[in-house]
Design a protein around this ligand. Structure first.
Ligand SMILES: NC(=O)c1ccc[n+]([C@@H]2O[C@H](COP(=O)([O-])OP(=O)(O)OC[C@H]3O[C@@H](n4cnc5c(N)ncnc54)[C@H](OP(=O)(O)O)[C@@H]3O)[C@@H](O)[C@H]2O)c1
Length: 336
């Protein structure tokens, strides 16, 4: 079987702007395990296999190498810039210097403009790369509507300047969205959120859809190769559940691919990561045919375990109780 999948055959999702983007993209976070060279080589391979959407971020530390890959693909006529949907994100330590961060991403990615530019986390709290999972930065603080809107306004200016086409948000909650959406001049087109069979975030998913914001699901396979700091003994391995294994067997596919089929059929855009060609090709191919049955979709729906993997404990402020404080689980924005 050829490894090329005609991008025109890959189903599309329509944003509220009318723009159409692929129903699946490729993640580029190396999870502290895969080098920038490995990740950018996978991006090069993926473009040639038919991927047209890439989820990048300044903090992944590999945009410069991915940019070289994009440039080579443009120069060699493999793809035109306008055929790609390139996403990037401003990291937490640049919330007051969004334009500088965006210009650096555009320069590194050699892409002239970003298709969807995300605010990676809704607060300016950050941690040193590779720091201990329990360490707290004394500068960290709870979410502030004012600070978020200030960061978002800078993104709105970037749209006007043509540096970005659309704005995205990430790691949000319904209380935060309720507080900020009415204050925004340009509504976000998409929201990146953790989504996999054992963490379905149905309420937030429905809220986004009702507000014409496209959910983009990160860690769609349950991120089996995530950094050590995000591995907890109580975490469930989605693709090892008997239900996922049984459905995989019925389709003669890896359960990772079943998780992606479920994601696409449910309506989020999954952004799976892999440096292995066989894997990333099957991840893209699975969107073309052989849909899951209603019974299979229903069976996966029962796997919800509220198993958040990226708990965000490294972003906690000093007086915070634990990571639950970041996610407004009681229905209101947590104060200091
Ligand atoms: N906005 C945010 O805050 C945020 C947070 C986290 C992630 N993200 C984005 O989401 C992307 C995806 O998340 P992720 O990389 O953590 O997790 P993921 O996509 O759920 O899992 C990736 C791992 O799954 C395995 N895999 C992939 N395809 C497979 C296949 N067909 N068969 C078998 N195994 C397969 C690979 O492991 P092996 O190498 O062992 O095969 C790969 O390393 C990231 O790269 C990043 O772009 C965004």
């Amino acid at each position: 079987m050829s490894n090329f999948i005609n991008p025109e055959l890959v189903p599309k999702k329509k944003l509220y702007t009318g723009e159409k983007i692929p129903c699946i993209g490729m993640g580029t976070f190396g999870s502290d395990r895969f080098t920038p060279e490995q990740v950018s080589a996978a991006v090069a391979g993926a473009i040639r296999c038919g991927y047209r959407m890439f989820d990048c971020a300044a903090c992944y530390g590999n945009e410069d190498l991915i940019g070289e890959v994009f440039q080579a693909a443009f120069d060699e006529g493999v793809v035109k810039r306008e055929e790609l949907c390139i996403m990037s994100k401003v990291w937490n330590d640049m919330h007051e210097r969004v334009e500088e961060s965006c210009r650096k991403s555009v320069k590194d990615l050699k892409c002239e403009y970003i298709d969807i530019f995300f605010i990676h986390w809704p607060f300016p709290n950050y941690h040193a790369p590779g720091c201990d999972g329990d360490s707290r930065n004394p500068d960290s603080r709870p979410f502030s509507v004012e600070e978020f809107v200030n960061t978002y306004r800078q993104c709105e200016d970037l749209v006007k300047k043509g540096l970005i086409k659309n704005i995205g948000i990430s790691n949000m909650t319904i209380p935060k969205l309720e507080a900020v959406l009415p204050k925004l001049n340009i509504q976000p087109v998409a929201c990146e959120m953790e989504l996999h069979p054992c963490f379905q975030q149905q309420e937030l998913f429905d809220y986004l859809v009702a507000h014409n914001i496209q959910p983009i699901g990160f860690m769609p396979i349950g991120s089996p190769t995530r950094p050590e700091r995000d591995m907890m003994p109580e975490d469930i391995a989605d693709i090892q559940t008997p239900e996922m294994q049984a459905i995989a067997k019925a389709h003669n596919l890896h359960p990772a691919v079943i998780a992606l089929k479920w994601a696409v059929q449910r309506g989020q855009i999954p952004i799976p990561f892999s440096i292995h060609e066989l894997e990333y090709v099957s991840n893209l191919r699975c969107t073309l045919a052989d849909p899951l049955t209603k019974e299979e979709m229903d069976s996966i729906a029962t796997l919800e375990r509220n198993n958040r993997l990226v708990k965000g404990q490294v972003f906690l402020w000093e007086s915070a109780k634990d990571w639950h404080d970041l996610w407004d689980e009681d229905g209101f924005i947590q104060k200091a």
